[in-house]
Write a protein that binds this ligand. Sequence first.
Ligand SMILES: Nc1nc2c(c(=O)[nH]1)N[C@H]1C(S)=C(S)[C@@H](COP(=O)(O)O)O[C@H]1N2
Ligand SMILES: [Mo]
Length: 372
Amino acid sequence: MPLGLVPAAFAQDNPLSDKDGLTLLGDRPVNAETPAHLLDDAITPTERHFVRNNGLLPFDMDAEGWTLTIDGFVDNPMTMSIAELRESFEVITRALHIECGGNGRSAFDPPARGNQWTVGAVACSEWTGVRLKDVLAAAGVQPSAVYTGHEGADIHLSGDPEQSPLSRGIPIDKALNDESILIAFEMNGGALHPMNGAPLRLVVPGWPGSCSQKWLTRIQVRDVVHDGAKMGGQSYRVPAYPVAPGTDVPNEDMVIIEAMPVKSIVTFPENGTETGLSSDVRGHAWVGDRTIERLEVSIDFGSTWQDAELDAPVNPGAWQNWRSAVTFPMAGYYEIWARATDSEGVSQPHAISWNPRGYLNNTMHRVGVMAG
Ligand SMILES: Nc1nc2c(c(=O)[nH]1)N[C@H]1C(S)=C(S)[C@@H](COP(=O)(O)O)O[C@H]1N2
Ligand SMILES: [Mo]
């Protein structure tokens, strides 16, 4: 059966049946990205939030019986239901972006293995939950703590219950200080989508999406860097030094990716469409642990640039919306390019800094149109 085609009789079993227009990249595990023009909303609707699974969905995603355990190097290990989390901590709603570390991998040359994401493994939905830092404070993190280790209820592709598809963590300083990291139980005012981690997940905006554990059951506080599935080797890690394309980099020379780099996407107009001799242009821009200060647009392959109107983030951790209007000098084919610059003056590059697994491609997004 060709990818993405599901016979009507199996529609209920289609994992993306209530997602809207996503491109299926693989079905075991399910991975699907959102075409750029469907990311036009300021807040990504649940049905357009991309899906990145390393394993299979848990059998039971019932919110009623769900518990979260906090243990390890804490004074008060605890296990709480979702209702108890709601009662015990301040419940907040935030627009938070999540981008897969491998978004843009399809552009790597030599190619990098893994899901061939183009530009759509990014989203900014509204998440409701409690702050990770508040929950950790209640658990009483001990001075020897170094890192968190996150566990979810999803099932390893082998079916082996002893193996985890993915278990990642973040440095304890990040976990204890970042106000924006949520343990979320609502998405866009409703339930979490089963594919997006129902009924409970972490959302760590600005860091590789893999930090945002879905189907969250446990956060261990550790006195060493976490060693869960896909923390080591080549996973979510990049060379500690610049390498030539195609270099075979030994595992011990790879470092864990932390904050994601400055990036933007053009969500209007849609690539490959016709426009008039002028057109609105708009999209989003984001960066880990910084803000976007400037967004420029070019219609002449980067020869000249014009400033777009750029919004502040609606809250820390949200992507930033931008808009502009361009006038084409004459009818014909153009590319619209967008370039974001962050609060440290760092801009998106033209070309990829190659790494073995194809992470962190933050090159400028380019949209081709036929004008006039
Ligand atoms: N339990 C669990 N959490 C997970 C994953 C997973 O496979 N299992 N994938 C991670 C990765 S790599 C990404 S990019 C984000 C994607 O979140 P989404 O599927 O809601 O878009 O979830 C992260 N959390
Ligand atoms: Mo990811």
